[in-house]
Each structure stands twice: as structure tokens, then as C-alpha cells.
Design a protein around this ligand. Structure first.
Ligand SMILES: [Zn+2]
Ligand SMILES: [Zn+2]
Length: 740
């Protein structure tokens, strides 16, 4: 009997065809396997029972990086099947409909090869069928070598032998290369001929210098993470006074010397994604103390690619690994750009000549209890969104929000999310996003039918969408910002079909509501395809426009002008001016982010947000530290109403009573959680979706979960998309399809 398996999901560039061939050989099945534009197809001859065993073993034993999303088994009449089992060339039907393979973190077998393999010892581009760059170097799909930028480097005889040897673990490895035939490293300034360039880079690091390292996803800036002076220099050169840096450790054992790592955090760090994971920092680490000023958590990761691995093995101390760019600009991906844009920041460039098609930052995540939170979806997590239900039949492109530029698209039943590009305020970020989107439109050969944008009239993403809209003659539809957040949570958990009403609690910095109103503390009810806003929190005057999001004292003045702290935070002239601005302001805002800012100003935690969310993160850090030192402390809830000034008044009373900043910060966060759960309880909601950037706050999540558990309310947090604006384009797509 003849059979065909059509397998969809992440099945290309993960060693899937070699795996099928080995399994078929073992079962003595004749047939073939090939990539198609829908995934992988297996055609073979076998008795029914053997075919069933084959199917079952594919599911049970598939390669670690593979993910089967769909599997269709059909019996066929007249397949021409010869002797043996072959891997055939890809069949291109013209309709591309497959998951695009993300990049995979360096695997353990390749780490071994970096130490001992005759042609790959110290070779910075070592890959195999289960690890290495994928989407970042793909010019087209299916995932075949001709479509990859590595095809500029022709495989040598040895590599070709591995490629056709079914017993080799690089059998059909599309990214295969070695010292003889693959990309080579270079430095700038140029080193004398014969210099070992990894040693050269390590020498610079040892001397307390800053180097730019080009991995296969883009440039990283690296420096000794134990050297306070070099970090200070990096901060001043990058004009980044406070924002935390990520740190890379050579392996889990070294990481465990400095951090307490839970099992689920270790799993995440070692996963094929290999993201940055935020971990609670211990007090006596080797790390310099200016890596994450005022914060409790430090972002750490393990080497995701061979080049970083080789550098850190030799350096044998943790390294700062931060995106190679200028603040707000896109990640730099080629050496000419790097020399131009990183001049004055970097002392040495270590680079190569493998073209990076889709540059990607490292993904950033953290674990809160047992659920992961995605803070920045990029390398390893994009370009697929694997969640939710269908978002319709049309081909739709969502342009997201400005501060965290991403696009998402829905096509042929699949949802894709671009990597993070940066802040769309930057012209280069706009260009990068345009290029990437155009590329994907071409590669997937799709004809967009709808474009989705945020309701904000001044967003750059809207202008970008308008230009695409003119070109493709496709209508624009705007989606309310906070409703998009809500829908990202509903999509992650597939809740659109629920019969009961669902409460949406959306807390973030700021999103456009209507007219002169901005929101950031929005409640909604979802009921069978309808979203209804619930008016709960009060509005406050917007003072001095965007300045309000950088100066925390302005939020305090806006919400609680009678605060006794105000005179100490402004000089006479300022006070008169800002009071006047407050009086005449027509703009109104209610924002949980701004309430955190006001609390930070009142508690004397920070007067400036030098990066997005700084005040809120520092309030959380101080509260978390207090809880750590008083583990039996039961938070005292403030007496509050739905006006934010009641929170600030309670904090002020606490200060007068002589309570510590930590205790007040903790009670502040606990009160927010308590008030929200009480609202859900009073209004009889049993299902609650929490989204928006404020839900990156681990302590807030902890308290909400704690209170909700006691009253049997089911909570849902973003788990596949990000709760912050990186999740907006996903929310836009699902809103468009599911909300009337
Ligand atoms: Zn590998
Ligand atoms: Zn080779």
C-alpha cells in the first residue's frame, strides 16, 4: 500500500528529513522525503501496520527542535516508489505556507566539536542539523541551502561527505561548513597575519576594552562584566546612564555560582531558544555593581552561538553582552555600518563575511512562579507566533505600536511575528521594518487584504502603514490600543470561544483612547465577540506632553498636586509654570505606569525615567527586597478608591508615620492587586485576563495570583506573546477577526 504524510509545523532546518530517512531505513520502508512549501512530505510503500508504527515513531522520536503542528496521513493509489528511501529535492508548488524556522542555540554536540573536532576545533561557525542560524540567514524558503546566505560558501569535499552520509549528524545539514570552506573571522583594526583572532579579542577584554562582536544575528557589544570602570565607560559612550545590561556566562555551573537558579529558569536558559532570562541577583557575585543599578534582577544568558562561546571560554569570566546599536536605533548587522555607527564606542571589531538577512536581538524573558513572561520576542522566538486560534481567512498585516516596533501577519492559517526592531521614532528602525516586511511579503508571495494599525493618530507605524496601503491599495483599520493588549491575552489562551464573560485588566504606560484622552488603566468585558469598556479609574491632567513620561515628579503633580513633597521637587519658577500648565491642560490621562512614576517620585526612588519603565522597575525592586528581608510580612492594604490620589495620599501618610520606603512600595503594589481582584469578585467575574506592560512586574503578578486563588478566580497572563507593546500586533490580528 502507498501512503503520504504531509507534515506542517517547524519541520525544516531542524534535521527532520534525515530523521525520517533514518527511521524509514530502520523500518525497512521504501520511499522518499522532501521539503515542500507547506512543510515536509513523506511518500512511501508499507503495510498498514508498519505505516502506523512509522507515524507513531515520528511523533515520539522527532528531533528536539522540531514541532509538529499538522499531520495528514493519506493512502495513495499509484505512487512510483523504487528501492530504498531517499531524500529528494524540494518540490515547489508556488504556494508557500509553512512555519519559518527560528534560530537555534548552540547545541551540546557542537560544543564538543568546538573542543575536539579536527575541522571545527575553535571554528566560530560550527552548526549541525539541530542548532545554528536559520531565519537570520534565510533569503527564501523552503529552508534549503540555495536559499541561505551561507550558500556563498561552497562546501568542501569533507563537508559534502558529511552532508550525504546518513550516519553523520550533519547529514543534510543545510548550514554545514568548516574551517576549510566556511566564513572566516576578521578584526578591525586589522591584526598581523597569523594572529589568533579570538585570542586577540580576549586580550582586548582583559585590558578592560570594549569590543563589537558580529554573531550570525548581528553585533553585540562585549566587555568584562566584573570591571566597573569599563562598564562605566560603556555607559557614558553609549549614553545609557542607568539601563541594565545583559550578562553572558560560559555555562550553567559558572552561572550558578552567582545566582540561585530555579529548575524552570535553567530549562529556559538551556533551551533551543536560549534567551536572556532575568534572575534575581545575589549580593556577593563577581559582577560589577553598575550592571543593573537599583534593580533586583539581572538579565543573563548562556552562549547562543559558537563565536561567543569561544570568546567566553578563553576569557573565563562573565561578559556584558548588549545589542550593538546606538540607543533606539536598530541592531547593526554589517561591518561597514558598525564602523560608522559604533565609532567612539568600540575599541575592536571582530567580524565575518556571512550576510545576515534578518538581524535579531537576543530575546528577553523571565519566569514568574511557573509561567514565562516574554519581555522582548526576537532571536529564537520569532518569526512564528504559535498560539491562539485562527485569525480568519484573509491575509492581514498588523503594524503594532511605536515604542516596540514589530509587525505581525496572518496568512494561510498561520501567524507570524517579526523580531523586535527598536523604537519607530528612529528613521533607521522604520527603514529596517519596511525592508523586513517587504522581504516577507515577497518570500511568502502574498497579497495583503487588510492592514491594521493602532488608533494613535501620531504613530509612525500608522504613517508606515499608510505608505504600504497606498502601494498595495489595501484599506487600513485601526484597533484600540488596550483592546489589542486584551486580545493578545485572549489569543494566547484561546479564550475567544468561551461562553462566560471575561474581565480584561489592562495596565500599561500609555495608549491612545480618544480625543485628548490617553489610557493605561483600562478595564473591559469580553463576551462572545464583543468588548465593552468598563469605566473605573479617574483621569488626571496631562502636564507638558511627553515630558511627563520621563519626569516622575510631573505625574505626582498631575495626580496629587497637594502632596507635601511637591515643593521639594520643583524650584519656584518651575512650580508656578507646571501648576499653570496643569490648570490649563485639556489632555487627560489615567495610567498605571504614571501612578508608579508618581509613587517613585513621592518615595524618593527616582526623579527621572532614563529608560522606559525605570521608575516602575525600581519601585518593584525595592518592594521585592523588603519582602525578601521580611518574609513573613503581611502587606497592609491602603484604603483607596478608584482615584489614584488615594494611593499617593496613603503613601504620604505612611512616610509621616515613619514607615520604610520598602514597606510602602510593597503595600502599594499589594493594594493595586487587591483592588483589582476585589473588583473582579464584586462584579462576579470568574475569568480574568491581565495584560499590558505593567504585567512584567513579578510582584504584582504574585499578589494578584495569591488573592485570586483564595476566591477561585481564573487568571490568564500573556504566555506566548508579550504583555508589553511587543504583543500589540498579535492582539491587532486577533481583534480584527474575533471582535465585532
Ligand atoms: Zn549543533
Ligand atoms: Zn568544509
Amino acid at each position: 500500500m502507498y501512503w503520504r504524510f504531509s507534515i506542517g509545523g517547524i519541520v525544516q532546518g531542524v534535521g527532520f528529513r534525515p530523521f525520517i530517512k533514518k527511521l524509514a531505513d530502520e523500518l525497512k520502508i521504501n520511499g522518499r522525503v522532501f521539503n515542500s512549501e507547506q512543510g515536509v512530505v513523506v511518500e512511501f510503500a508499507a503495510e498498514r501496520l508498519i505505516a502506523e508504527t512509522f507515524r507513531k515513531r515520528i511523533f515520539d522520536e522527532k528531533p528536539s527542535a522540531a514541532w509538529i503542528e499538522s499531520f495528514v496521513k493519506s493512502s495513495e493509489q499509484d505512487l512510483k516508489i523504487g528501492d530504498g528511501f531517499s531524500i529528494d529535492p524540494s518540490m515547489n508548488s508556488g504556494v508557500l505556507n509553512l512555519r519559518l524556522t527560528p534560530d537555534f542555540k548552540l547545541c551540546d554536540s557542537c560544543i564538543e566539536d568546538l573542543k575536539t573536532h579536527p575541522r571545527r576545533k575553535d571554528y566560530a561557525f560550527t552548526t549541525c542539523t539541530i542548532c545554528g542560524p536559520r531565519f537570520s540567514i534565510a533569503k527564501g524558503f523552503p529552508f534549503d541551502r540555495e536559499q541561505l546566505s551561507i550558500s556563498d560558501f561552497k562546501m568542501c569535499a569533507d563537508c559534502s561527505r558529511e552532508y550525504i552520509d546518513v550516519k553523520d549528524r550533519r547529514f543534510h545539514s543545510q548550514t554545514n561548513s568548516c574551517k576549510t570552506c566556511g566564513p572566516q573571522l576578521d578584526t578591525y583594526p586589522e591584526a598581523p597575519k597569523g594572529t589568533n583572532l579570538i585570542e586577540e579579542a580576549v586580550l582586548y577584554l582583559t585590558q578592560g576594552k570594549i569590543i563589537a562582536v558580529q554573531t550570525t544575528t548581528g553585533f553585540l557589544l562585549m566587555a568584562d562584566a566584573t570591571n566597573e570602570k569599563v562598564i562605566e565607560r560603556l555607559r557614558s559612550r553609549k549614553n545609557r546612564p542607568q539601563k541594565p545590561f545583559a550578562v553572558v556566562y560560559q555555562d550553567l555551573d559558572h552561572l550558578a555560582e552567582d545566582f540561585k537558579i530555579e529548575e524552570n529558569q535553567a530549562e529556559l536558559l538551556c533551551s533551543a531558544v536560549g534567551p536572556i532570562v532575568l534572575l534575581e541577583s545575589a549580593s556577593n557575585t563577581k559582577l560589577a555593581n553598575n550592571i543593573a543599578p537599583g534593580l533586583n534582577e539581572i538579565g543573563v544568558m548562556l552562549p547562543s552561538n559558537p563565536l561567543v562561546y569561544l570568546i567566553i571560554q578563553q576569557f573565563s569570566k562573565p561578559l556584558i553582552a548588549t545589542s550593538g546599536n546606538r540607543g533606539g536605533s536598530p541592531l547593526i548587522a554589517n561591518i561597514d555600518e558598525a564602523k560608522l555607527l559604533l565609532e567612539g564606542i568600540v575599541d575592536l571589531y571582530l567580524y565575518h563575511h556571512l550576510e545576515i538577512v534578518h538581524p535579531m536581538d537576543d530575546s528577553v524573558t523571565k519566569m514568574v512562579g511557573d509561567h514565562p513572561i516574554i519581555i522582548r520576542p526576537a532571536r529564537g522566538l520569532t518569526p512564528n507566533y504559535i498560539g491562539g486560534t485562527k485569525a480568519g481567512n484573509n491575509t492581514v498585516i498588523a503594524f503594532g505600536a511605536d515604542m516596540k516596533a514589530h509587525y505581525a501577519l496572518f496568512h494561510e492559517g498561520k501567524c507570524y511575528l517579526s523580531p523586535y526592531f527598536g523604537n519607530l521614532e528612529s528613521f533607521e528602525v522604520q527603514e529596517r521594518m519596511k525592508f523586513s516586511l517587504r522581504h516577507l511579503i515577497n518570500v511568502l508571495d502574498l497579497i495583503p487584504q487588510e492592514f491594521l494599525i493602532d488608533v494613535h493618530p501620531g504613530y509612525f507605524s500608522r504613517a508606515l502603514a499608510e505608505s504600504f496601503s497606498n502601494e498595495f491599495k489595501v484599506p487600513l483599520k485601526s484597533i484600540p490600543h488596550h483592546q489589542a493588549h486584551f486580545c493578545s491575552g485572549l489569543a494566547d489562551h484561546g479564550l475567544f470561544q468561551k461562553k462566560t464573560s471575561i474581565l480584561g485588566i489592562i495596565l500599561d504606560g500609555v495608549g491612545f483612547l480618544e480625543g485628548e484622552k490617553l489610557g493605561g488603566a483600562e478595564l473591559f468585558e469580553y463576551h462572545q465577540g464583543e468588548i465593552t469598556p468598563i469605566e473605573v479609574f479617574s483621569f488626571y491632567p496631562i502636564i507638558a506632553g511627553d515630558k511627563m513620561s520621563t519626569e516622575t515628579r510631573l505625574s505626582l503633580l498631575s495626580i496629587y498636586p497637594d502632596s507635601k513633597a511637591i515643593p521639594g521637587l520643583f524650584n519656584h519658577v518651575e512650580l508656578e509654570l507646571y501648576h499653570k500648565l496643569r490648570m490649563i491642560s485639556k489632555g487627560r490621562i489615567r495610567s498605571m505606569g504614571r501612578l508608579f512614576d508618581a509613587a517613585a517620585a513621592l518615595l524618593g526612588i527616582t526623579q527621572i525615567n532614563s529608560y522606559e519603565g525605570e521608575a516602575a522597575m525600581k519601585v518593584e525592586a525595592i518592594a521585592a527586597r523588603y519582602l525578601k528581608h521580611h518574609s513573613h510580612y503581611q502587606p497592609k492594604h491602603f484604603k483607596v478608591d478608584y482615584g489614584f490620589e488615594s494611593y499617593l495620599r496613603a503613601i504620604e501618610d505612611g512616610i509621616e508615620e515613619g514607615r520604610s520606603i520598602g514597606e510602602l512600595a510593597l503595600n502599594f503594589i499589594a493594594t493595586i492587586a487587591y483592588q483589582l481582584v476585589s473588583f473582579a469578585l464584586k462584579n462576579q467575574y470568574k475569568e480574568v485576563v491581565c495584560s499590558g506592560g505593567v504585567f512584567q512586574n513579578g510582584l504584582l503578578i504574585h499578589f494578584i495570583e495569591d488573592y485570586a486563588r483564595n476566591v477561585q478566580i481564573n487568571l490568564y497572563f500573556n504566555s506566548i506573546s508579550s504583555p508589553n507593546d511587543s504583543g500589540i500586533p498579535i492582539g491587532q490580528l486577533y481583534h480584527n477577526h474575533h471582535i465585532n
